[in-house]
Design a protein around this ligand. Structure first.
Ligand SMILES: Cc1cc2nc3c(=O)[nH]c(=O)nc-3n(C[C@H](O)[C@H](O)[C@H](O)COP(=O)(O)O)c2cc1C
Length: 319
């Protein structure tokens, strides 16, 4: 998720689940051709299994970007065919690619030929007002012929005109049944469903129909909710004993990052939901998002945050 699932966020989430597959933000082929490649692709070994999501629609550029991803050690290359933003539409990729299944197939083929790791596609069930099942069925069928075996389906249409990207994640109705129908029609493919999952029970129900569930906003906003999911879905307890242990591991990580020049502030923002629902959570969050403490060490902020969790906020003086 753009601006959210950067490497620091993924490191944090890996402290909560050993087995969930983590996805990068969408990285455009242009960013990898013209930008700072290590900045876009570097990640921590602890993040595995981790997939690199690409945005693009030029076969040669995507093959090049996929090769870079393989070289960097990613476990999967995923092509974004679900993003509705206008900027992305102008670049002629994202959700508007669903109107061009053969082009997507060519892109997938170019990447499959370029790397020996899985090439997967994330897409919607339709674009604009096309509500027919056959539209998404033909898309998946065409792309599968090019060598894609895994489809992650955000179970709502993308309305390319008139809705913001945020509205496009809420307004078009969710239609899980279409995704289940895809799995029935293509039993040999791996089909994962996405969109609106917030509870273990709903995930369990979906897994009766499809092979996987991708969770976006809930995992970000209520990260502790995923701590129970390794035990629920992967057959072994998750790595985190409790929230304190996760916070402590994040402090150690922030110290390592600080030594490399990355301040704690941009890292801690991803864990602000960790204590949602607990007494003192708000005060704790305020401490970890207090820009006046930006120049302090992560360990010092941690001490303030713990004290804030236990009692009324301390009066913090700028360093
Ligand atoms: C801030 C934000 C950024 C997102 N960026 C991406 C992205 O880069 N690539 C992508 O495939 N989906 C992106 N999405 C969509 C999510 O992956 C997901 O499909 C959508 O939020 C629905 O799932 P959810 O209800 O579990 O959040 C983004 C969502 C949010 C909230």
């Amino acid at each position: 998720m753009l601006d959210w699932t950067d490497r620091h966020c993924r490191f944090f989430h890996r402290l909560l689940s050993r087995h969930a597959r983590l996805y990068t933000e969408m990285v455009t082929t242009g960013a990898l051709l013209h930008g700072n490649v290590p900045r876009h692709l570097d990640f921590d070994a602890a993040e595995h299994p981790v997939a690199l999501q690409l945005g693009g629609s030029d076969t040669a550029e995507l093959a090049h970007a996929a090769r870079l991803g393989r070289q960097w050690g990613y476990d999967e290359i995923n092509l974004n065919c679900g993003c509705p933003s206008e900027r992305v539409q102008r670049g002629a990729f994202g959700a508007c690619l669903m109107a061009e299944p053969q082009l997507v197939a060519d892109c997938v083929k170019a990447m499959v030929d370029a790397v020996d790791i899985p090439v997967t596609v994330k897409h919607r069930i339709g674009i604009d007002r096309v509500e027919r099942y056959e539209f998404v069925r033909d898309f998946v069928g065409t792309v599968a012929e090019a060598g894609c075996r895994v489809f992650i389906v955000h179970a709502r249409n993308a309305w390319l005109q008139g809705l913001s990207p945020k509205e496009n994640r809420d307004v078009p109705p969710l239609r899980y049944e279409l995704v289940y129908q895809l799995k029935r029609e293509f039993p040999q493919l791996t089909i994962a469903i996405n969109g609106g999952f917030t509870h273990e029970d709903a995930v369990r129900q979906a897994l009766a129909h499809v092979d996987g569930v991708m969770v976006g906003r809930e995992a970000y906003h209520n990260p502790w909710s995923i701590a129970a999911w390794d035990a629920a879905f992967f057959g072994e307890p998750g790595p985190a004993a409790d929230r304190d242990a996760v916070e402590e591991a994040m402090v150690a990580y922030m110290e390592r990052q600080q030594a490399l020049g990355t301040g704690w502030y941009g890292i801690a923002r991803h864990m602000l939901g960790l204590r949602n629902g607990q007494p003192g959570a708000r005060r704790w969050r305020q401490a970890w998002s207090d820009h006046r403490m930006k120049d302090r060490s992560a360990r010092e902020v941690w001490a303030v945050a713990r004290a804030a969790l236990a009692g009324p906020a301390l009066d913090v003086q700028p360093a």
